[in-house]
Design a protein around this ligand. Structure first.
Ligand SMILES: Cc1ncc(C[n+]2csc(CCOP(=O)(O)OP(=O)(O)O)c2C)c(N)n1
Ligand SMILES: [Mg+2]
Length: 755
């Protein structure tokens, strides 16, 4: 019986023995299970009893698989008398056999891939896609679908096979046959931008756990804001498979800690406890009790002892997860890596193909005979069709609910519609603040604060937070409350000191696809802690806005440990990421404008701690979108003799130095290079206009690593940068020590001019 259709049913009685162990029995004893049906409307589509025709259609296949010698208690001649549950169990097992053969055929055909986890977790994949998850493969973007995240991304073959069987157009048999091939829809790790049905891009272990927490957060937040007692719009579950590698990675722990703190009870984490990683048994480096750790964090923990011979135990675990209304659920599933193969239970099964003898034996073990590779039992398609039909029906019902919602709650529906389109109210950018030269000075983090809070008024999807630095980062949406378990509508996320998880969770929020615009804030120096999620934002087209303050040695007293030097260079090297370093209030607003507009690309805005002018003469908010532009030039119709190029707080130094040089009769241009990548993308003529190739005397001024600047100053130019770790001291003294003064910039320029 489909799990998604069982939601009005009583939860199973507490399991006994080893089959399934509810380690913390709160949800079984004493814990009040809230009426689940308050949010769910599904009804079963599965007939109460299995029809004779249904049984007949499977009998030949099942008797072939489990002939008399395997299951002597079953009389296949009297198939209609076989108990329904037993019959369904045998059908499920045969479907799992078929999944295993598709996995084996795919790696053998590709001569590549990771079959170990896929074979070991075949039961889990099957039960999720066949019995548990609601989805409509014809509309994989349906916003209220259940989400599945494969944190152990190397096991993607399991997901590809499940997507294929679940009827997703994106994974045909031909795609399984092109596993890992260049340009295929079945790449070596799952990529959401390549294969529809894949929610997030995974591969770096542990990231997926944080993504899943972000997705579950998005659901909880939107449900709190938009659901009404008589119109439930957001109500989906999030499933995530993690392996030993994910369990070892710190990001999973950080994210799990937050999930429990936020009581994301619709999140189910399924741990593939196969005791193996690449290098060998986990005993080499892993001896903790993982369930106990999750329990200590506040999770509902369940152990499934032997899924390979008792599939129902896993279904029961999912039921318990459904009925848990406080805590996220962690299901530890004991599996055998490489199940069925000769490498079963060993790390050798992790990746690679099988020898022909092994393949032959696998076929024999499940009585597969000499069926062609990539064979799918026709009834398996029909089996999956049931879940597909269920999903289609649920989506239809959801639209009716939305329709009713529309007439009953017109004041909410406009905002909801806006969110579900792209979250951008027409003309939203006009609300961004503008600054005049007479406005009081502030740090760019201060101007950012104003931008964010203006944007929060017009962008209902803006949500985010800081890793315990909200006051320093000035990244807090005033009047919008905190996202907490008792206030999930709040739009400020308190990540605590967990930068790594903050990045992964923000990716999950962005890829929930519901118009939420996540921002994540910390000091620029700690971007290193979240480098991989930032990279994954770019790879997976997640439009996260990273707000990184204290962007240079200009932060002063905290000293070298806190002074970013090489960070900008590294971040600028990440493909697709837009890195902005605005010089004043207006460039900060310009950076936000581009960042918000780019919903399928992350942006990182580096902001100063020290004060800079609100409006440095010559800066133009609108020009930020070009990445670089001229802010001043006294050359008239001629070419300048020298170009000073700056970013952020150092642009002002360039301008002041230019004024001095001009007083000496020099023709000087000042260029703001606020976003390298955007400038690089400009047409050649524009770039030539801003940085004419005939002007070879150029000086760049940025309080960060010199790496990369040679591209803009040319061979003859001079790069004023920081090649050490900085120093502790008052900001102006630190700046002076490293040459960031008007006097030094002027001196360097004069020397160059005299050459
Ligand atoms: C952050 C990160 N480090 C290292 C790897 C390389 N790697 C891929 S799979 C794997 C072992 C993972 O073990 P487990 O999660 O238990 O997967 P299993 O071998 O059981 O399939 C490693 C080290 C990675 N993908 N991500
Ligand atoms: Mg493992």
């Amino acid at each position: 019986m489909a799990i998604s259709s069982l939601l009005f049913y009583q939860p199973p009685s507490p399991p006994s023995g080893d089959v399934i162990t509810q380690r913390q029995s709160r949800s079984c004893r004493g814990h009040i299970v809230k009426p689940y049906c308050c949010l769910r409307t599904e009804v079963t589509t599965r007939p109460k009893s299995l029809s004779k025709d249904y049984k007949l259609s499977w009998t030949e296949e099942l008797s072939r698989a489990y002939g008399h010698h395997q299951l002597p208690s079953i009389n296949w001649d009297k198939f209609e008398d076989i108990d329904d549950d037993i019959f369904q169990d045998l059908v499920d097992k045969r479907c799992v056999d078929n999944i295993r053969m598709l996995i084996v055929d795919s790696v053998q055909n590709a001569k590549a891939g990771h079959p170990g986890m896929a074979l070991g977790m075949a039961e889990v994949g099957y039960v999720l896609y066949r019995h548990a998850m609601k989805y409509n493969q014809r509309n994989p973007d349906w916003i209220n679908r259940d989400r599945f995240v494969l944190s152990a991304g190397h096991g993607c073959l399991l997901q590809y096979v499940c997507l294929h069987l679940a009827g997703f157009d994106s994974v045909q048999i031909q795609d399984l046959q092109r596993l890992c091939k260049l340009g295929s829809r079945t790449p070596g790790h799952p990529e959401n931008i390549v294969t529809r049905g894949i929610e997030v891009t995974t591969g770096p272990l542990g990231q997926g756990v944080a993504n899943a927490v972000g997705i579950a957060l998005a659901e909880a937040h939107l449900a709190a804001r938009y659901n009404k007692p008589d119109a439930v719009i957001f109500d989906h579950r999030t499933y995530c498979i993690m392996g030993d590698g994910c369990a070892m990675e710190g990001i999973a722990h950080e994210a799990a800690s937050l999930a429990a703190h936020w009581k994301l009870h619709k999140l189910t984490l399924i741990y593939d406890d196969n005791h193996n990683t690449i290098d060998g048994p986990t005993s080499l480096a892993f001896s903790e009790d993982v369930s106990a750790r999750f329990r200590a964090l506040g999770w509902n923990t369940i152990t499934v002892e032997n899924i390979h011979s008792d599939l129902k135990s896993f279904k029961d675990a999912l039921h318990l997860a459904f009925n848990e209304t406080e805590r996220p659920t962690f299901i530890k599933v004991k599996t055998l890596i490489g199940k069925l193969s000769g490498k079963e239970g060993t790390s050798k099964a992790h990746h690679g193909t099988f020898n022909e003898e092994d393949v032959k034996k696998m076929r024999e073990r499940i009585n597969w005979g000499c069926r062609e590779p990539f064979h799918v039992i026709p009834m398996l398609h029909r089996e999956m069709q049931e879940q597909i039909d269920n999903g289609e029906r649920l989506e239809k019902e959801w639209y009716s609910k939305l329709y009713a919602y529309q007439s009953k709650y017109p004041q909410h529906v406009a905002e909801l519609r806006l969110l579900l389109s792209n979250g951008l109210l027409p003309g939203w950018e006009n609300l961004l603040p503008k600054w005049n030269m007479s406005d009081p000075v502030d740090a760019t983090r201060g101007y950012s604060d104003k931008c964010l809070n203006h944007l929060a008024k017009v962008l209902p999807g803006l949500i985010g937070g800081s890793a315990d630095l909200a006051t320093s980062n000035k990244a807090y949406l005033h009047d919008h409350g905190d996202f907490q378990s008792n206030s999930p509508w709040g739009r400020n996320i308190r990540f605590g000191v967990r930068e790594h998880a903050m990045g992964g969770i923000s990716n999950g929020i962005a890829l929930h696809g519901s118009g939420l615009i996540p921002f994540a804030a910390t000091f620029l120096i700690f971007s290193d802690y979240m480098k991989n999620p930032i990279r994954l934002s770019a790879l997976s087209h997640a439009g996260v806005i990273y707000i990184m303050t204290h962007d240079s040695i200009g932060l002063g007293e905290d000293g070298p440990t806190h002074q970013p030097v090489e960070q900008l260079a590294g971040l600028r090297a990440i493909p697709r990421l837009l890195v902005f370093r605005p010089a004043d209030g207006n460039e900060t607003a310009g950076a936000y404008k581009v960042a918000v507009k780019n919903r399928d690309r992350p942006s990182l805005i580096a902001l100063s701690r020290q004060k800079v002018q609100a409006n440095l003469e010559g800066t133009v908010s609108e020009e930020v979108q070009r990445g670089g532009y001229v802010i001043s030039d006294n050359s008239g119709g001629q070419l300048p003799e020298i170009i000073l190029i700056g970013t952020g707080s150092e642009l002002c130094l360039c301008e002041m130095s230019a004024r001095k040089l001009r007083e000496g009769g020099r023709r000087v241009r000042v260029v703001s290079l606020v976003c390298w990548r955007l400038f690089d993308w400009q047409p050649r003529e524009y770039k030539e206009r801003v940085l004419p190739s005939n002007v070879i005397k150029r000086v760049s001024v940025e309080a960060g690593s010199p790496v990369g600047w040679r591209e803009y100053v040319g061979r003859e130019g001079v790069v004023i940068g920081v090649d050490e770790f900085g120093a502790s001291g008052p900001y102006s003294e630190v700046f002076k020590k490293f040459g960031f003064t008007v006097e030094n910039v002027t001196k360097v320029a004069e020397t160059l001019l005299c050459k």
